[in-house]
Design a binder for this molecule. Structure first.
Ligand code: 7TS
Length: 409
C-alpha cells in the first residue's frame, strides 16, 4: 500500500491542529472521509438530487438508481445473497434496535434466555436488557479470559434449549478482540437460537462474509468505514425479514393503504419507513468502492502490521497496561490502555496538545470496564491511513504524559 498516496485522498489528514500535523487515532469512534466520498455526496446535490422511489422524472430516476446501487454495493461487500436482505438504517445502533423491537419482541417470552458477551458495546446490550425486562427473559453473559479472548467453554455450557438469541460483537471496540463468530453461530444454531452479530468494528477492517458466517442478523455503521454519518445497515436473512413486522411505519414501507387495510411493501423497503438517507447511502457506496479498490485483505494485513508495531512499542511506556489480546493475530487495530498514576482523560488532553486524537472514557462498554475493575481507559485505534511514524509519535507523547503526571508510586 502506498500510504503517502492514500493519505492525499483524505483532505482532513493534512490539517494542522494545535500547531502540529493531525495524528488521528480515534478510528473506532469514526473514520475520516476520502475525497471520493465527499464528492459523491456533493455530486448528488449538485446534479441529481430528488426524493427516491416516487418521482417519474429523470432526477428522481437517477437518485433512486443511485440509492439502490448502494444497496447492491453493500450486498457485495458483505456477501449477502440478495439485496432483499440489506436494510438501510441510521447506524448500527438502529439496526440492532430494529431486531430487538421486531423479531425479538415477537419471539422472546418469559423464561427465555438471551446470551451476549461481556465485550458488547452498549448498543448490543441495552436493547436486549430492555427486552429482557419487558418480557421477563434472562440475560446470560459470556465472560472473557485473562488473555482478552472469550471464554468459549463458558459459552458452550450456557447454551440450552431456552436460548433464543445470541448477540456477539464481531470485533470488540475496547479489546479489539476478533471473536470466533462462525463457531459461535454454529453452536447457537444447534440449539435453534438466532444470532445477531454486531459488525460495527469488523466491517471497516476485514472481509465480511455473512453467508459464510451464517449469522441471522449483522449490523454495521457507515461512518466507521469511510462513509458518512447517519447511514447504517441491517443484514438479515430473508426468512427472518419475511416473518417480521415492520419497525417504523408510514410512507415508503407500504404497497397499499385503505381505511380498512394496510399492505406492507416488499423486502427490504418494508423496513425503511419515510424518506431514507439516500445521501448517506450514496456516500457509503463511494466508501465501499474505495475499500474494495484497496482490497479488504490488504487493509487487514496492513493494519495487523501497525497493531504489531503498536503493541511492541507501547509496551516501552513505563507503567502502561494494555488491555485485550497481546497476539496481534487475535485482534484488530484497537488498543485500550491505562498508565498507572495518570487518568485516561489527562492522557487524552496531553496527547491533544501534541495534535494526537485518541479517545478516553468508558467507550460505551461499561460492563467491560467494571469487569476490568476500572472506570475508564484510554484507547488508540488505527485505520489503513495511519503510519508507524504516527504510532511512534503516540508512544513519545505517552512517555511525556507519564513523566508529567505519573510519579505516583
Ligand atoms: N457496536 C460497536 C462494537 C461499536 O464500537 C459501536 C460504536 C457501535 C456498535 C455503535 O455504533 P453507532 O454508529 O450506532 O453509534 N463505537 C464507538 C466507539 O468505540 N467510540 O465511539 C463509538
Amino acid at each position: 500500500m502506498d500510504i503517502e498516496k492514500i493519505r492525499k485522498d483524505f483532505p482532513i489528514l493534512s490539517r494542522i491542529v494545535r500547531d502540529r500535523p493531525l495524528v488521528y487515532l480515534d478510528n473506532a469512534a469514526t473514520t475520516q472521509k476520502p475525497s471520493a466520498v465527499i464528492e459523491a455526496i456533493s455530486g448528488l446535490y449538485r446534479n441529481y438530487n430528488a426524493n427516491v422511489h416516487r418521482g417519474v422524472y429523470l432526477l428522481a430516476e437517477e437518485a433512486t438508481q443511485a440509492y439502490e446501487d448502494s444497496r447492491e454495493a453493500v450486498r457485495r461487500f458483505i456477501n449477502a445473497g440478495s439485496t432483499e436482505e440489506v436494510v438501510f438504517t441510521r447506524n448500527a445502533t438502529e439496526a440492532l434496535n430494529l431486531v430487538a423491537y421486531t423479531w425479538a419482541d415477537a419471539n422472546i417470552r418469559a423464561g427465555d434466555e438471551i446470551i451476549v458477551t461481556i465485550m458488547e458495546h452498549h448498543s448490543n446490550y441495552v436493547p436486549w436488557f430492555r427486552l429482557a425486562r419487558r418480557k421477563g427473559a434472562v440475560i446470560k453473559i459470556v465472560p472473557s479470559r485473562k488473555d482478552g479472548e472469550l471464554d468459549m467453554d463458558a459459552f458452550g455450557s450456557m447454551l440450552s434449549d431456552r436460548t433464543k438469541l445470541v448477540g456477539i460483537a464481531h470485533m470488540s471496540n475496547v479489546f479489539g478482540t476478533i471473536n470466533p463468530v462462525r463457531e459461535m453461530v454454529s453452536l447457537a444454531h444447534t440449539r435453534g437460537a438466532a444470532v445477531v452479530v454486531d459488525g460495527a468494528q469488523s466491517a471497516p477492517h476485514m472481509k465480511i462474509d455473512v453467508r459464510g458466517m451464517d449469522c441471522d442478523f449483522f449490523a454495521l455503521s457507515g461512518h466507521k468505514m469511510l462513509g458518512p454519518a447517519g447511514i447504517g445497515v441491517l443484514y438479515a436473512k430473508s426468512s427472518y425479514l419475511k416473518s417480521m413486522e415492520p419497525f417504523m411505519s408510514g410512507g415508503e414501507m407500504i404497497l397499499r393503504v385503505t381505511l380498512e387495510d394496510v399492505v406492507y411493501n416488499d423486502l427490504p423497503w418494508k423496513f425503511e419507513a419515510g424518506t431514507p438517507n439516500y445521501e448517506g447511502a450514496i456516500g457509503l457506496k463511494a466508501a465501499i468502492e474505495y475499500l474494495e479498490a484497496l482490497g479488504m485483505d490488504t487493509v487487514e494485513a496492513y493494519e495487523r502490521e501497525l497493531t504489531e508495531h503498536a503493541l511492541r512499542s507501547m509496551k516501552t511506556v513505563p507503567d502502561i497496561f494494555l488491555y485485550g489480546p497481546s497476539d496481534p493475530a487475535k485482534k484488530g487495530g484497537i488498543i485500550a490502555f491505562n498508565i498507572k498514576g495518570v487518568h485516561s482523560h489527562d492522557i487524552g488532553t496531553i496527547l491533544d496538545s501534541e495534535g494526537i486524537a485518541i479517545r478516553a472514557g468508558h467507550h460505551c462498554a461499561q460492563p467491560l470496564m467494571i469487569d476490568c475493575g476500572v472506570s475508564a481507559m484510554a484507547r488508540a485505534s488505527f485505520y489503513f491511513y495511519n503510519t508507524e511514524q504516527e504510532i511512534d509519535m503516540l508512544v513519545k507523547a505517552l512517555k511525556k504524559a507519564k513523566e508529567m503526571f505519573g510519579h505516583v508510586a
